[in-house]
Design a protein around this ligand. Structure first.
Ligand code: G3P
Length: 216
């Protein structure tokens, strides 16, 4: 499974990329706004740190405008994946972009019907938002399971990118469901590494090691 970072925080991306486990980055307008810096400046830095798919979202809501934005974003770098919202105009844009060979990540997916249409339009990635469904008392992970099953039924090439993941449990469940990619906030990626028994065990090993007589 691939791991993407879901952030526009360049400092975090730079630090976590040193793990050698970050395959890509996803951003959205809210994450960009949080940084308080110009979009292009942030994007250039992210592209220089991670050599993998970098999702950048369009803000137009009509297909022609989305296409203009998407082509400009795609020109920035070969790794750019254009994030398009799952609305009718978005599906039209995705269909056209797939014919032009521009990679897309169809975002704000909240139903299996939407996901099937995105795959049919030729989306490179589909992003079901797990946490936001959980927020309204719908089990978000069920959607990931449905999409994986439907795509397998028809051999769709679209990758399932589990998004809006907020905990290690989300990560494990997405892996069990067969998601191809999990995009994680930096704090969640850090949580995946940590286990209290690892820390206690290591502390004990190191303390015991000090009791070993030195070879002399
Ligand atoms: O990748 C989508 C993600 O950024 C949304 O996460 O936590 O705002 O629902 P969240």
């Amino acid at each position: 499974m691939q791991i993407f970072l879901d952030t526009a925080d360049v400092k975090e991306i730079r630090e976590l990329a040193t793990l050698g486990l970050v395959d890509g980055v996803t951003t959205n307008p809210s994450l960009i706004a949080k940084e308080g810096r110009p979009f292009r400046e942030i994007v250039a830095e992210i592209l220089s740190i991670v050599d993998g798919p970098i999702s950048l979202e369009v803000v137009g809501t009509e297909a022609p405008g989305m296409l203009v934005e998407a082509r400009e974003l795609a020109k920035l770098h070969k790794n750019v994946v254009v994030k398009i919202p799952l609305i009718a105009e978005g599906l039209k844009a995705v269909k056209q972009l797939s014919q032009e060979g521009i990679k897309t990540n169809v975002t704000l997916c909240f139903s299996a019907c939407q996901a099937l249409l995105a795959a049919k339009a030729g989306a490179t990635y589909i992003s079901p938002f797990v946490g936001r469904l959980d927020d309204i008392s719908v089990v978000g992970m069920d959607l990931v399971r449905q999409i994986v099953a439907i795509y397998e039924n028809y051999n769709y090439a679209t990758f399932v990118l589990a998004a809006s993941l907020r905990s290690p449990i989300h990560f494990v469940d997405a892996a069990l469901a067969g998601a191809h990619v999990c995009t994680l906030p930096p704090a969640v990626l850090r949580q995946l590494i940590k286990h209290p028994l690892t820390d206690i065990g290591l502390e004990r090993f190191l303390a015991d090691w000090k009791k070993v007589p030195t070879d002399r």
